[in-house]
Design a protein around this ligand. Structure first.
Ligand code: AMP
Length: 281
């Protein structure tokens, strides 16, 4: 397994990796790899001959009051995990290699108006910018992303269509701890007490899903009850709602055959958790 830090070296290595006609899957990450990331890597081998992992804490997607400085980083441990999974190459650039003279950005329309787009201004613009660059540098045949970041997946899929990236997009279901908490690099911020409360968030989404599929009368009432219950347990609600999967706009009710997602973002102390469940009526 080779670790490249420059774009030139990455392109040369990829030439070698492709020399025998191999196809390439890319798993973009910010590192601090956990089982969720590893599942993306494993799934990569079901779609391509070789898997490349990028590890880059992208400064452009963090706003000044967010955790860019403290975001967990451990390239040594991450390398070991990638090697164990049979990864061919890690791309681990410094910020200067990715953004030497940035003058352009990507604008997003109403797909950015709700969910994390509403509470994290500039976040998805930064994500699309870096993924666009990674796609151009690595030119993978397949790219894998997690359902945990469902809005991110839908936006990147739209970008690949609009910008004519010839890349197959694969979404991997949310990987969870035994108690249901979605794995996340940020879970290390949780105190012991918060970690015990954290699974209530997923249980709340599950409850909403069960009620919706049972044909609930008032979705608004159901959601406001769940928000209040979570707040009582110590969560601060950023959002918790039902969204249309294609438009990413809040859905007041679920039409027959409509694909939707029950999605939320909540704070537990200084940790922001996101999670979602896909649903169809
Ligand atoms: P991150 O390093 O947090 O930027 O995540 C890199 C990729 O891993 C993204 O596509 C995430 O959606 C995905 N991912 C993170 N956590 C999980 C999880 N628990 N289950 C599935 N995919 C995940």
């Amino acid at each position: 397994m080779k670790t490249c830090t420059t774009i030139a070296e990455t392109r040369k290595t990829l030439e070698r990796l492709r020399a025998d006609g191999s196809s390439i899957a890319l798993v973009p990450t910010m590192g601090a790899l956990h089982e969720g990331h590893l599942q993306l890597i494993r799934e990569g081998f079901n779609h391509a001959d070789k898997v490349v992992v990028s590890i880059f804490v992208n400064p452009v997607q963090f706003s000044p009051n967010e955790d860019f400085e403290t975001y967990p980083r451990d390239i040594y441990k991450d390398s070991g995990k990638c090697r164990m999974e049979g990864v061919s190459m890690i791309f681990n650039p410094a910020a200067g290699e990715m953004y030497s003279d940035r003058k352009l950005s990507i604008e997003i329309d109403e797909l950015n108006r709700h969910m994390c787009g509403a509470s994290r201004p500039g976040f998805f613009e930064g994500v699309l910018l870096v993924v666009n660059k990674l796609f151009n540098i690595i030119k993978p045949d397949v790219a894998l992303f997690g359902q945990k970041d469902i809005q991110q997946f839908q936006l990147i899929r739209k970008m690949t269509e609009e910008f004519n990236h010839d890349i197959k997009m694969v979404m991997v279901p949310v990987i969870r701890a035994n108690d249901g908490l979605a794995l996340s690099s940020r879970n290390v911020y949780l105190s012991e007490k918060e970690r015990l409360i954290a699974p209530c968030f997923y249980r709340s989404l599950q409850y909403v899903e069960k009620q919706i599929s049972g044909g609930v009368d008032s979705l608004a009432l159901l959601l406001s009850h769940q928000r209040a219950e979570l707040e009582e347990k110590g969560f601060k609600i950023d959002y918790l709602n039902l969204f249309d999967l294609q438009t990413l706009q809040p859905a007041e009710r679920l039409m027959k055959g409509q694909n939707a997602v029950i999605a939320g973002a909540v704070w537990l102390g200084k940790t922001r958790l996101i999670d979602n469940i896909l649903t169809e009526y």
